[in-house]
Design a protein around this ligand. Sequence first.
Ligand code: ADP
Length: 384
Amino acid sequence: MGFFSTTKTIGILGGGQLGKMLLNTTRQWDIQTRVMDPSALAPARIGSNAFVQGDLMDYETVMNFGSSVDILTIEIENVNAKALADLEKKGVQVYPQAAVIQTIQNKCRQKDFYKNNSIPTAPFNLFESKESLKDAVGRGLISFPFVWKSESMGYDGYGVKIIRSNQDLETVNQGRCMAEDLVNIDKEIGVIVCRSVSGETVSYPSVEMEFHPTANQVEYVLSPARISNTTEKRAKEVALQVSKAYQHVGLLAVELFLTKEGEIWVNEVAPRPHNSGHYSIEASYTSQFEQHIRALLDLPLGNPENKVSGVMVNLVGAPNHQGPVHYKNMEHILAIEGVCPHIYGKKETHPFRKMGHITIVNKNLETARQIAEQVKETIKVISK
Ligand code: ADP
């Protein structure tokens, strides 16, 4: 405690939209922040008290930045984890802890973690190289179809490919990887858990994610998820099991598959604010961002339940548009009740770049979902 209206500082590695939204709470509570990002145009440069331009993967840069703050957190997991571990040794409070980041930075290590902690996840095999995977396929140890995942940090599906043939197999990158069973997915859902320094834990209601058919990006997030009470209970149970295993401090967004057979399997986690929790700014009693700050400062956690239903639409760059951004038809969507736009402040758009999001709140989830579709069809992120 003692962070309110003092010179104590929270440092945030990464200055994207997640950082920008975290800063709403620090501004509201007059908590001092320092943000570091490689881009001088980072969305979070404005709301912070001090902005440092720097490489998040560079050991010395992260050490210097981390040494200048009291608590260090992240809004992106691609950071130098060795520096975080050394900062912890020097007494900096690093949340999420370096060990959590080290585990999740590597998809293979993350999967092993679930296996070792008896957490339900899709069956998988790890391979040292593309060649050893091909060899296993050749000898009939692995059969088509399966999902190839690169060990190193992919995001939004870039390190993931469904492999149905030898031809598909030729297209994957070199390097350590896994072959995961292709899951018969009924729905993709998520549960955000928050855990404070002293171990108080709350979990948000499940959300349901709808994907864009071709871009493999989340198009709508629905809160609450349209699932049975039994499935909701099971999803929370699994998410809490994951949270307990990591012993993280701060948010943990747990991505889950609900299989056609009714099982809940963990796909992966993000130990930070997450796209699937943006709805909470308007629809929940406590937003994910405020909750994260509460957890880092070891304050009592807030109520994670919904006040109303919420549907979030990602506002992404239109295909075939590249250059200075223009948000077309904002005035039209703002005329609709319950429409809450967030513009991240990125100057340039390109196809499918996340430029903002819009949350639609309504007492009725289906009404919110319909309005979300109308909003999506109306607003366009184009270049001037
Ligand atoms: P990223 O880290 O790039 O987001 P994910 O592991 O979350 O990658 O995979 C991206 C998407 O690919 C998932 O949201 C899901 O739609 C699909 N996917 C991933 N693993 C599987 C699987 N084992 N079976 C079926 N679909 C999968």
